[in-house]
Design a protein around this ligand. Structure first.
Ligand code: ZN
Length: 244
């Protein structure tokens, strides 16, 4: 099965559409595996939920999805994220809210565990260091774990003697040849934070066990325009062209 691995769409419809077009150009997909934060920050939360639901997919909950439906207190958010969460809550249709409420915190498929933040703390924890990653390998049973949340593409590998190393996410990852267990972040569709403003995603072939990582140019100005017109914090528009 060919899976489009999409994380952190964040209500950025222009980025989401560009990524779906890119996947189609590359031979299409059977299923989307969405790693949470479909909404929050961006100007099109409802349209993004609806576009996702038009496709065969699985999706897990992210902290911004939970904030938008009142599952978590936004006092834990920075002021810009909190303002966006309140705006998002007011711009979701009742069926969007029901859908976001229905999302599980983790899902296991074949050799893969899916979690937004980390397998230990699926909603909140950031896996940014080998120390945190090493501990998290004890919290899932599959060979591989796919995460989002940090918006930075990266791979953590657990090798012999419980040694954990950080690697760059390559353009082509041959999981079939991997002897290590891996925690993989494919980067963010709707708000990349690694200095590259292009949307980031991957295509996973679950039979061949290959993962191809792609970056996609999208109409950043269109999303920025909508953010400003919606009255969302201007900082959320500016950061998109910088990729942080
Ligand atoms: Zn996010």
């Amino acid at each position: 099965m060919r899976c489009a691995i999409l994380a952190d769409i964040h209500g950025n419809l222009a980025a989401f559409e560009a990524v779906l077009e890119d996947v189609e150009r590359r031979g299409g997909f059977d299923e989307i595996w969405c790693l949470g934060d479909v909404v929050g920050y961006g100007p099109d939360p409802s349209a993004c939920v609806q576009l996702l639901r038009q496709h065969r997919h699985i999706c897990i909950a992210g902290n911004h999805d939970w904030a938008a439906i009142g599952n978590i207190d936004t006092s834990y958010f920075n002021p810009y994220a909190a303002a966006a969460a309140h705006w998002t809550a007011e711009h979701l249709a009742p069926e969007d809210i029901d859908y976001l409420r229905s999302l599980p915190q983790t899902v296991q498929r074949d050799d893969f565990t899916l979690a937004h933040g980390s397998p230990r703390e699926p909603i909140w924890e950031y896996v940014l260091s080998t120390e945190v990653a090493r501990v998290n390998f004890s919290y899932f049973d599959t060979r591989f774990c796919l995460i989002g949340h940090s918006h930075v593409p990266v791979v953590f590998a657990l090798g012999e003697a419980h040694h954990c190393e950080l690697r760059q996410l390559p353009d082509e990852l041959l999981l079939s040849q991997e002897r290590d267990r891996l925690i993989i972040n494919c980067g963010a569709v709707g708000q990349p934070r690694d200095g590259d403003p292009r949307a980031s995603y991957a295509i996973l072939d679950t039979e061949k066990l290959t993962m191809d990582h792609y970056r996609v140019v999208y109409d950043i100005a269109a999303t920025q325009d909508k953010i400003l017109k919606a009255g969302l914090p201007p900082r959320l528009a500016h950061r998109l062209s910088q990729g942080w």
